[in-house]
Design a binder for this molecule. Sequence first.
Ligand SMILES: C[S@@+](CC[C@H](N)C(=O)[O-])C[C@H]1O[C@@H](n2cnc3c(N)ncnc32)[C@H](O)[C@@H]1O
Length: 413
Amino acid sequence: MNDYRAVYDILSEIYKQRAFASIALSRKIESADNRDFVTRFVYGVLARDVELNWYIGALTSKKPQNSVLILLKMGMYCVEYMDSVPDYAAVNTIVELAKKVGKSASSGFVNGVLKSFCRARPALPEDRTAALSVTASVPLWIVKAYVKQYGFDKTREFLTVAPEEREHMRVDVTRTTMERVKSELDALGAEYAPDPALDDCLFVRNSPKLKKLLDSGICTFQSRCSVLCCNAAGVTDGCKILDMCAAPGGKSVCLASRAKDVSVTACDIYHHRLELIAAYARRMRRDIDVRLMDATEYNAAMASQYDIVLCDVPCSNLGVAAKKPDVYLFREPSSIDALAEEQYKILCNGAKYVRVGGEVIYSTCTLLKEENCDVVKRFMRDHRGYTFIDSCQYLPDGSGTDGFFVAKLRRDS
Ligand SMILES: C[S@@+](CC[C@H](N)C(=O)[O-])C[C@H]1O[C@@H](n2cnc3c(N)ncnc32)[C@H](O)[C@@H]1O
């Protein structure tokens, strides 16, 4: 019961106070007996939120209040996804939990709805896009936007494919060799495989025994798309690079390792996040100039100063939903317009900081064209003196890539 109570408390913080899942978990996980169970339970409910809401809507005549909603979601998640817990035990545990969290008056209702759910699952919507929204557990407005952009079949493919579960590891081959890291992994009994597209990367099954190797700073976990984005920058010896939105520093550190005598200035708007960049750079033995900066504000001192400017802009994160299931929770269509405006401002400023002949990389971890090619198109329409070189929209297609967008522009005058 203690762990169910911990899950309820954590979900309450997330649903009622809009706390980030990772932060709510780290605050409350201490009180759990089985941390792994609690973490999987919390992330599981969040990942199936749209689906659970659909079931609740179909089995109740009016929307239950928040606490009851959380209890029902927990119960339905246990029944549907936790094979180790018999249905009757799950229902009893949630009914008892309702009493413990001050919802005794609703315990009969919770019992009734969960028992109906155990007897038969409500039918899916008839419309195939609405049905996909439920089965993939992605909000309908997002599924509709994907279908419009990618077509139904492609959307269904990337929303239902099993994500790559192994971590993606980049080896700093300027400080070691792939052979040395592979033999260290062998010695640790770690499971790994080469990345078919990236010579200095591996897919590795994560485990606590990798800690010492990672701490040594000769290799790091860095997502496949993050490495591909840095490679698109085409860093050469002596390059001067500005990373406008840099925390926690994954791309800054990678860019710094891509050639000799590279200087990287890494900025972020949040002071506490600058420390993440500094700590990561220390671990990876890279010298990086870390600065507090609001990338939406123009800074004349930076004009035409850099060979490469990376605008890895804040975005809706929809392309990494498999790793962060809470990205959908409070996302509204109107927030996409606000993000696109901020992204455009950052790109406009970044484009001014690059020298003539230098390149701007614009990237996001999202799949929506409004934050991706539309922002780049708007920039190209409004600005002379830049050439669009190329762009790539990666899909979370099970190959280890996230939903990620990279575009490359050159400043000509
Ligand atoms: C996509 S993340 C960057 C990830 C990073 N490039 C990496 O590879 O590790 C976006 C970052 O932009 C920062 N940010 C948000 N608004 C900003 C702004 N107006 N100016 C500068 N940084 C901003 C956020 O704090 C966040 O760290």
